[in-house]
Design a protein around this ligand. Structure first.
Ligand SMILES: NC(=O)c1ccc[n+]([C@@H]2O[C@H](COP(=O)([O-])OP(=O)(O)OC[C@H]3O[C@@H](n4cnc5c(N)ncnc54)[C@H](OP(=O)(O)O)[C@@H]3O)[C@@H](O)[C@H]2O)c1
Length: 211
């Protein structure tokens, strides 16, 4: 039975992924988060909850034992977390990593939207840039996700771009990102050693529609 470690398990996308994995698969989940009392409906037959901080190497090391796939849904100091995760995966011979960052980490967003995006979030992208660099320089089978601006729309509608291609679109629903993530967890050989942009087809513009 596949075992997936979810880091940042109370994140909005992580919660959608958890729900989908529980209804669509028999995967065993380890849900790692700060303030774990926030999680409810824990199914003890297939879910283990760990209260921890991704910046705590020992906590990550302990959570890593016996995992097949690591899915990191972390904000904040993503660079330090990435360093901990990569080190721990190598120690524990866990190969498959899925790690969410953001559009814009490679200055891959073209045109006026790219300029606007850089003004809005350019500063806060640095930890994600560093995290991507750490992951790409590791021997792991990684997929780095770079979602567009996130919405809570109840829709699954997305397209992907690969590293080296210009980013398309301005927005994408969390539900779409979760759907892509679940597809990767179900087919772990897809998009390995890849950094994938996610956007909603036709959402090109100078800003996301809700801004
Ligand atoms: N908003 C956008 O338009 C946009 C666009 C592209 C990418 N992104 C990125 O996509 C990521 C996923 O989106 P989302 O909606 O799921 O975000 P989210 O709800 O903010 O989830 C991020 C999670 O990271 C956790 N976290 C941060 N540092 C941690 C640490 N050191 N240890 C453990 N957990 C930690 C947070 O935990 P706590 O709950 O304990 O704080 C939070 O639950 C976000 O991190 C965001 O930066 C966002």
């Amino acid at each position: 039975m596949t075992k997936v470690l979810v880091l940042g398990a109370n994140g909005a996308i992580a919660r959608l992924v958890r729900d989908d994995l529980k209804t669509q698969t028999d995967i065993q989940l380890t849900l790692f988060l700060r303030n774990a009392e926030r999680l409810n409906d824990v199914d003890a037959s297939r879910e283990k909850v760990i209260d921890g901080d991704a910046l705590d190497q020992t906590a990550i090391d302990n959570a890593m034992v016996g995992q097949d796939i690591v899915y990191a849904n972390l904000g904040g100091k993503a660079d330090q977390a990435a360093a901990n995760i990569v080190a721990s995966m190598q120690k524990n011979h866990v190969k498959r990593l899925i790690f969410i960052t953001s559009l814009g980490i490679y200055d891959e967003v073209p045109g006026k939207f790219g300029e606007w995006n850089n003004q809005m979030i350019g500063q806060s992208l640095e930890p994600y840039r560093q995290a991507a660099n750490i992951i790409e320089n590791s021997p792991l089978d990684y997929t780095i996700l770079r979602p567009a601006w996130l919405t809570n729309k109840n829709e699954v509608d997305y397209e992907t771009t690969q590293k080296g291609e210009s980013f398309k679109g301005t927005e994408v629903s969390r539900k779409s990102v979760a759907t892509y993530l679940v597809s990767l967890i179900n087919e772990p050989s897809v998009d390995t050693r890849a950094s994938v942009g996610l956007d909603k087809p036709g959402s090109e513009g100078n800003k996301p529609s809700f801004y």
